[in-house]
Design a protein around this ligand. Structure first.
Ligand SMILES: C[S@@+](CC[C@H](N)C(=O)[O-])C[C@H]1O[C@@H](n2cnc3c(N)ncnc32)[C@H](O)[C@@H]1O
Length: 282
């Protein structure tokens, strides 16, 4: 029997985000493989510049599920709002985000611990709310979007970002053909709760959707060693004990069962832009 989707399983959150190293390792393996697709934080900045009425005079920008603060810091540097608030449930990621924020010339970013189902911000307090690659961790993403609608100021903008359900499916085929998890392609997508195909509908439950942008991002991993660095961080598969979280052991298994090879894989990234519904009190 399949275990519950690990992205929706509260018991897996410590393993996923209890240490900053898994997310950092995953991001670094993916970024080294990237051959096409704009960096997401920069796309977020340019979407705010295009779709917010006063992008040069922003007060608070809230970045929920901010993780290690990658988008929060780019927003602080490039949009220069009065304040950026990064919110996340994982203390270890927030600690790393705070360390990274020390590199910024001005102290305009706060990182706070909290649950995005119950945002600790006043109603109407944020000019922009960003939710990047985090709504798929909620079994009730509509509730999170209702919170976003509540904290958005009139004229504010929500930037919601997620991935397509079939992102990285080429990885599934590799994992199956190496015999590491023969059912790799049958597992539920990690992104089921909030994905490219349903994000605009989810947003429309509390907000007015004004634009949707889809981008294809392409990654080429330069061989089993590189692929294993990413696979070792992916909780989707039923791997033999000792392989998850262990890129060296995973790479050794791949080398044993398949000739070394480049792996090209794709991910659809979807950006949904939305505003408070006019005339509706927050
Ligand atoms: C894949 S990371 C995305 C990090 C960042 N937004 C980015 O784009 O790199 C997902 C983040 O959502 C956070 N998260 C999951 N459930 C949460 C919740 N209920 N409240 C706040 N943050 C949560 C995790 O701790 C993790 O940092």
């Amino acid at each position: 029997m399949n275990e519950p989707n690990p992205f929706l399983n509260p018991a897996r959150q410590r393993d996923l985000y209890g240490h900053a190293s898994r997310l950092a390792g995953r991001t670094s393996a993916l970024m080294r493989a990237k051959i096409s697709g704009r960096p997401v934080p920069e796309t977020i900045v340019s979407l705010v510049q295009t779709h917010h009425g006063q992008p040069d005079r922003l007060g608070v920008v809230l970045d929920i599920g901010c993780g290690r603060g990658t988008s929060s810091l780019v927003i602080a540097e490039q949009l220069r709002p009065r304040r950026v608030v990064g919110l996340d449930a994982a203390p270890s990621l927030l600690a790393q985000a705070r360390e990274r924020a020390k590199e910024l010339p001005d102290n305009t970013v706060d990182f706070v611990e909290g649950d995005f189902h119950d945002l600790p911000l006043p109603t109407g307090s944020s000019d922009v709310v960003v939710a990047a690659f985090c709504l798929y961790h909620s079994p009730q993403p509509r509730d999170v979007i209702a919170q976003i609608a509540r904290v958005l100021a009139p004229g504010g903008l929500a930037v919601l970002v997620t991935k397509g359900l079939d992102s990285y499916q080429e990885m599934d085929r590799l994992v199956a053909s190496a015999g590491l998890d023969p059912r790799a392609a049958q597992h539920e997508s990690l992104y089921t709760a909030a994905h490219s195909g349903n994000l605009a509908d989810l947003a429309a439950s509390s907000l007015d959707v004004i634009a949707v942008l889809d981008e294809e991002h392409v990654f080429t991993f330069d061989g089993h060693d590189h692929t294993a660095q990413y696979l070792a961080t992916n909780p989707k598969y039923d791997l033999a004990p000792g392989l998850y979280g262990n890129p060296g052991a995973l790479a050794a298994n791949l080398h044993e069962f398949l000739p070394d090879q480049l792996l090209t894989t794709r991910s659809r990234i979807t950006f949904v832009l939305a505003q408070p519904i006019e005339g509706q009190p927050a």
